[in-house]
Design a protein around this ligand. Sequence first.
Ligand code: NAD
Ligand code: ZN
Length: 241
Amino acid sequence: MDDLEKVRNIISYSNNIVFFGGAGMSTESGIPDFRSSNGIYSEEYDSYPPEYILSNTFFKTHPDTFYKFFREKSLEYMLDAEPNKGHEWLAEMEKKGKLKAVITQNIDGLHQRAGSKKVLELHGSMHENYCMDCHKIFGLDYLVESDEIAKCDECGGIIHPGAVLFEEPLDTKTMNEAICYISHCDVLIIAGTSLNVFPAAGLIDYYQGDNLILIDKNPNVTSSRARFVLHGKAGEILSQL
Ligand code: NAD
Ligand code: ZN
């Protein structure tokens, strides 16, 4: 039996699977990730490193460059993106009662678009951006269409993206819920994350079982905790399970 077959077997016996994913889940939908060779981090932008541009400090001090970068490198891709086979497989597994939650670092909303109901968005969502003054909510299209700095059409306040920026805390309730799902599941599937962004990446330490399955297209991404590591495209592999 090859590894794919063995993983398929493990999945067929479990009704308590949890999924934990990252930007690599959406590259097959056309949204660049951060750390692949063609990802956002492969380029410097106006000589600022991307992790600095996407920080709270940079957003507060250079909102114009922040928005220009974010719009060109990420938001414009999200606007046209459709869920891929991986998102669809996860939604289907939830419908069958086998998958309990999708925990994602992504901010693109594609899991919900594919039909997943229990989605914990650790880093927020680009579909819920808010005015920092009056708290009015704006969608992704409003941010993409705004000139330079996205501003509220009611009060003129600057709009904060729905994404959690570097240096900002994660929502405690969402983190606690994610810990609860991970610490109680029998099978944990991790896909499309370099496991470099903390505290999200630290969540896998809460897993107590011995069926951790890691999927990544980069052969160097692995984990000593994983029982199976499947190297390849997440959408293609998940849809074969
Ligand atoms: P990352 O860019 O650090 O890592 C992505 C990982 O996915 C890499 O290991 C890469 O090899 C792998 N990968 C890429 N395409 C793949 C595919 N088709 N199949 C399997 N693996 C694939 O991403 P991260 O670990 O999620 O951390 C980056 C942070 O950036 C996250 O916090 C996330 O919020 C944010 N981000 C989100 C989006 C999005 O919402 N779509 C896009 C870019 C970045
Ligand atoms: Zn406002």
